[in-house]
Design a protein around this ligand. Structure first.
Ligand SMILES: Nc1ncnc2c1ncn2[C@@H]1O[C@H](COP(=O)(O)OP(=O)(O)OP(=O)(O)O)[C@@H](O)[C@H]1O
Ligand SMILES: [Mg+2]
Length: 248
């Protein structure tokens, strides 16, 4: 499990995270919601060990990744698969090379083992035979699926998704959701899903945490959060312009 305690982070004097407390239980899907600019991606980057907090802790299976460095941090990060907002593929590498990257860097597999794993994963995400293409030559939805393949190829214990379907058409979105569910049923992992797509969040998650004014103001199952009495949660879920959440 991941336990975030009193996490704080400022940029140029502006405090984006103002004491985030959050428990991410093992084996479940926890969604993080909140308006654009609320700090979801900043929180995501702390969870995966890419950003350092000003204060507070992020304890993953007993180890505080905010206090780890070098090899000790890498040993925890080995358990993680990540799909970044925007995909973050390497443009100078082919689809095959992008998916193969974590296998090469972390597992030191032979060429043959790598190729069979990567090709199996590309089939799994519906991109068989696309390994020789470059990211520039494929669509946005395909890029997301390559990013998903790269995250899944290591069979990680923790999978982090930052807006996995934003900007995709509804059919591709449904296909990605089905893929995420299938992967979860094949190898149970702990999923963290950052999204502002309410429909996606309610469908995919076991727990929904709402980030507002730098803190998690509510964390409950989808069936409960939709009945929340918190005015900010209610406004966000209904998409209303009226309420405590300012548009800008
Ligand atoms: N590296 C950085 N340096 C300075 N400010 C940053 C940095 N990263 C994020 N911020 C600021 O932190 C705030 C939160 O940004 P973040 O990307 O976490 O929002 P978000 O909730 O993910 O929004 P969206 O839904 O649009 O993706 C923004 O005001 C942003 O400008
Ligand atoms: Mg974001």
């Amino acid at each position: 499990m991941i336990k975030v305690s009193n996490l704080r982070k400022s940029f140029e004097g502006v405090e984006v995270l103002r004491g985030v407390d959050l428990e991410i239980p093992t084996g479940k899907t926890t969604a993080i919601i909140g308006k654009s600019g609320a700090g979801k991606t900043v929180l995501f980057k702390h969870l995966v060990g890419l950003m350092r907090p000003d204060s507070g802790s992020i304890v993953v299976d007993g180890a505080d990744i905010a206090a780890l460095k070098g090899r000790a941090l890498n040993n925890v990060k080995r358990k993680f698969g990540m799909v970044f907002q925007g995909g973050a593929l390497f443009d100078s590498l082919t689809v095959f090379e992008n998916v193969a990257l974590p296998l090469k860097e972390l597992m030191r597999l032979s060429g043959g083992e790598t190729a069979s794993k990567v090709n199996a994963m590309l089939r799994e995400v519906g991109l068989p035979g696309m390994g020789d293409k470059y990211p520039d030559e494929i669509s946005g939805g395909m890029k997301k699926r390559v990013a998903l393949a790269r995250a899944l190829v290591m069979s990680p214990e923790y999978l982090f998704f930052d807006e996995p379907t934003t900007g995709l058409d509804p059919i591709v979105e449904t296909a990605i959701h089905a893929l995420m569910k299938r992967c979860k049923s094949l190898s149970p992992a702990t999923y963290v899903l950052v999204s502002h797509d309410i429909r996606e969040v309610l469908e995919m998650s076991d727990l929904v945490a709402m980030l507002h004014e730098g803190a998690v103001i509510e964390c409950s199952p989808p069936g409960e959060i939709v009945k929340s009495s918190n005015p900010a949660v209610r406004q966000f879920l209904s998409g209303s312009a009226e309420g405590p959440i300012q548009m800008y």
